[in-house]
Write a protein that binds this ligand. Structure first.
Ligand code: UFG
Length: 322
């Protein structure tokens, strides 16, 4: 059944890809984005666009009657969250609470929320299941965890059908939608900036981790597989219940392996230099996504690291020509 949905943060990376996929699936989409980090031209064709705050603008729309909200809008820089925590407690947590209150007031039935692997902190074991202890090591992760707790209690008390999706390392691109942060901190886009000549070299943050090649290991998941999970989450959401799912491929790649994949895909040498560890970076973050596979019927299809990098590279080159 076609749903009428609000997508906050739909001008951002993951939000724009998900909005595009929702439209393709026949849903009606209104994108709400304040364009603080998003781009107006990333809002998918066919979506109505309202520029504004994720809580205030959404609250203004909800009276029209919506089947659900997908809440992507957030600030997500780990380093910044330690320097300016208020920005994360206000911008992420307070905004989410105001959004939950507006949804309650208007009886909006469904919520899909972008949570993060950062809610787990330094994991005790790998891969990480949803039952792992949540001990975030940074304010960004803590802010997302606080929202997850709020959603649990709103779902229970007010009958909200809620899903939190904990993303591991999202990468790749989908059609004309991809990663284009003004302040880029993510590994793959930074390595590709070296390939395009916009950056001289890539720094490897630490090569003394307890891993095979000494560099940190992450679970890279294709943004299009991530979008699939959002569509499935919407279908499976149940009133009064808040479910949490980890989204990753279950395979980890080291920083060196990612750089090597980028060299092969781009054909560029990509000089790399070892630098000190980045504060708060866990050695290994790999998802156990069995719950999403079993309960949502989710099957990630673009799990090959080279394929993920190739899609990001195609997007980067197309942007450079545009
Ligand atoms: N890295 C480098 N050099 C760089 C950039 C990154 O070596 O120039 C390394 C990082 O130290 C890390 C890996 O590459 O080991 C991946 O780093 P990213 O910044 O791409 O991603 P993170 O794993 O740090 O971050 C992701 C999400 C965050 C989330 C975090 C959970 O993007 O939103 O996982 O810890 F908070």
């Amino acid at each position: 059944k076609a749903l009428k949905l609000i997508v906050t943060g739909g001008a951002g990376y993951v939000g724009s890809v998900c909005a595009a996929r929702l439209l393709e699936a026949g849903h009606e989409v209104v994108v709400v984005d304040d364009l603080s980090t998003g781009h107006a031209d990333a809002v998918p064709d066919g979506a109505r666009f309202v520029e504004g705050d994720a809580a205030d603008a959404t609250a203004g729309l909800l009276a029209e009657g919506f089947d659900g909200v997908l809440h992507f809008a957030a600030t997500s820089l780990v380093g910044e969250s330690m320097q300016d925590p208020g920005k994360y407690w206000r911008g992420n947590v307070f905004t989410a609470i105001r959004l939950l209150d507006a949804m309650r007031e208007h009886g909006t039935p469904r919520l899909v929320f972008s949570s993060t692997a950062a809610t787990y902190g330094e994991p005790e074991r790998s891969p990480i299941p949803e039952t792992a202890p949540t001990m975030p090591t940074n304010t960004y992760g803590a802010s997302k965890l606080a929202i997850d707790h709020a959603i649990t209690s709103y779902a229970r008390a007010h009958g909200l059908a809620a899903m939190s999706l904990r993303y591991f390392n999202v990468a790749g691109a989908y059609g004309r939608y991809g990663e284009r942060h003004t302040v880029e901190t993510h590994l793959i886009p930074l390595v590709l900036q070296v390939a395009t000549g916009h950056r001289e070299q890539i720094q490897i943050f630490g090569d003394d981790y307890p891993t095979e090649d000494g560099t940190a290991i992450r679970d890279y998941i294709h943004v299009s597989d991530l979008a699939d999970a959002h569509l499935l989450a919407l279908q499976h959401a149940e009133r009064g219940v808040h479910r949490i799912y980890n989204l990753g491929n279950g395979t980890g790649f080291s920083v060196r392996q990612v750089i090597e994949a980028c060299r092969e895909v781009t054909g560029h040498a990509i000089p790399a230099a070892v630098a000190p560890r980045r504060e708060g970076d866990p050695a290994i973050l790999v998802a156990a996504s069995d719950r999403a596979r079993e309960e949502l019927g989710w099957k990630p299809e673009r799990t090959d690291l080279y394929g993920i990098v190739a899609d990001a590279w195609r997007f980067t080159q197309e942007r450079a020509q545009a």
